[in-house]
Design a protein around this ligand. Sequence first.
Ligand SMILES: *Cc1c(COP(=O)(O)O)cnc(C)c1O
Length: 394
Amino acid sequence: MPGFEWFGSEERKEVQDVLDTGVLFRYGFDAARKGHWKAKTFETTLAARLGAGHCHLCSSGTAALNIALAACGVGAGDEVILPPFTFVATMEAVITAGAVPVFAEIDETLCLDPASVEAAITERTRAVIPVHMCGAMSRIDEIRAMCDRKGLVLIEDACQAVGGTFRGKALGTFGHMGCFSFDSVKTITCGEGGAVITDDPDLYRRADAYADHGHDHMGDDRGLEAHLFLGGNFRISELNAAVGLAQLRKLDDILVRQRTYKDAIKKAMADSLDVDFREVPDEAGDSATFLSFFLPDEARARQVARELADIGVDGCFYWYDNNWHYIRQWEHLKSLKGAARLPLQLLKDCPDYSRISLPRSDDIMGRTISMLIKLSWTEAELNRRIEKILSVLK
Ligand SMILES: *Cc1c(COP(=O)(O)O)cnc(C)c1O
């Protein structure tokens, strides 16, 4: 997820535009900004690139999830189904909304198993948040069909998967809203930034207002704008948006490079008796930030991860031990640390997370290794890397 690897004069030029005007705020100052609307331009460019009706650029991917939940009216007393393999932000956003995170199993796509989602639905279920992990898609068509059938809100966490598609349609456009992150290690970066997209003009209006204290953004005088409802401040600055705009123009080249390198490594590993690859429902739509694969069992996966590190194959993730991406190590959730600030109702509604059992996800994560695909490798580096990988595998 390496937008920062391709960073230079294009980003500098966009930021310089903003510095030259001194207008760092994304709204107003029409005369002083000399035609530079970096956040707005990013929004129209991303919406067009992804084939979405509307886009709102905000301060982070976490903010995007908060905004989407608020715009969709998900809150106190609602249950939200999500996967245990994600970044903690997905779970945090549900709790911030006052809703209850309910975890369903993942399958060999490393994303939500639709059957497990269906089994987790109760009369209080309000929304499902599939996460397109490590750049590739969940079984989004099945999950969407189920949400339609059950009348559930569908919010896609596509924070790691900008540019990914399923059967030609952009990830993030299947749900009522799609969320993206442009933090400093994502496919493209604003430094800090995020976005929500939607085809629904009402959801867009609510998202756009919620992210800026409820401002309706109608008319020329901010002080005279009406407040649509209670909101907050999830705004991005023009400086961050400017960086993102330069990065966004590189997205297609980034995807080509990632896919080329991922395909080369995958092809080389295909004969290994050790390895099964992650199931990707539409391989052509993988944004290819990672190549993920399974070893026969946990012991072998741990051994391979160790040996890869020992011979200098960097960027290999054994998520099962990772503190941030898999529920197993989320002690702060299990003990509801900081619970004093949670609404009493939420505390009452939450299951005992220390007793949650997800045997299928544990089994899969225990056998999984993901390799980061880097833009900056030369062909020679890629080939040396492949040789090293093959020396470790059977
Ligand atoms: C990065 C990430 C987020 C949060 O994005 P930030 O911009 O860092 O707040 C949310 N979900 C997933 C899956 C992510 O990878």
